[in-house]
Design a protein around this ligand. Structure first.
Ligand SMILES: [Zn+2]
Length: 249
């Protein structure tokens, strides 16, 4: 059973118990009702926020933990010149990665998108708009947005994308039903670099190095200025630990 459904079932049972055992309108009734609702909302919030919990839908958050394969993933591109610099670094080190692109960023960067494919990397959707409130949208608006991203990628590369990373890694029941309808596999991560919030490259480097294990999917962005330099240090260090880099497809 999905954790979201389990939480909702427990919440419904709790409400049922309160209605059965407490006098309607009594302080105990309101206390029980309030407490159950607050606990349920907190559980739902964490479930939506942490993609690795597989609360609302099942995401691929890591690869086979018994193999030494790991995956570098880059969100929020394509952009100039950062995506090009990231591609250059990956090429230099002979590493394949996965790019979760924002549909609206493709216009004007079509050649970069094609270059990603030509150089053997994988592409996934990261929605069209990456709208701040996308997780609040209804099913049809969400489906429209995601379809627009898939069409934008297909128009340039001729490829049908099968993987998606929800913006901000937030998942909801609407994401679950739209992904199911469009036959998309959600991809999360189990190593978060916090690269977009970082002031120092070395902190990101040390965090990723210490957290990466067999099967790790590492979340990065082809956005911060230091990413190409980070890759120059990170990739050789991970290779030295015998990890093999793969793209997700
Ligand atoms: Zn993003």
């Amino acid at each position: 059973m999905l954790k979201h459904r389990l939480a909702t079932a427990i919440f419904a049972i709790a409400i049922g118990e309160i209605l059965f055992f407490c006098d309607l309108g009594s302080p105990m009734f309101y206390f029980g009702l309030g407490l159950s609702t607050i606990v349920y909302l907190i559980v739902e919030f964490f479930g939506a926020y942490f993609i690795g919990l597989n609360f609302h839908l099942k995401s691929l958050n890591y690869l086979d933990k018994n193999k030494n394969k790991i995956a570098l993933t880059f969100d929020d591109g394509p952009s100039q010149p950062q995506t090009l610099k990231v591609l250059e670094a990956l090429k230099k080190h002979g590493v394949k990665a996965t790019f979760f692109v924002i549909g609206k960023n493709i216009k004007g960067n079509e050649t970069i998108l094609q270059q990603i494919i030509n150089e053997g990397h994988s592409i996934g959707s990261h929605s069209f708009s990456h709208h701040f409130w996308i997780d609040m949208w209804g099913k049809s608006k969400l489906e429209e947005d995601i379809l627009e991203s898939l069409n934008a990628i297909r128009l340039v590369t001729g490829k049908d994308v099968k993987i998606i990373r929800p913006p901000y890694g937030v998942t909801t029941p609407n994401f679950r039903s739209v992904f199911r309808k469009l036959k998309l596999q959600s991809v999360g991560w189990n190593v978060r670099s916090y690269d977009t919030a970082a002031k120092e490259m070395n902190k990101v480097l040390n965090r990723v190095l210490s957290k990466t294990k067999s099967g790790s999917i590492i979340l990065l962005h082809d956005k911060p200025d230091f990413i190409p330099e980070l890759l120059d240090k990170l990739i050789p260090a991970l290779k030295q630990k015998n990890f093999e880099f793969v793209s997700i497809s």
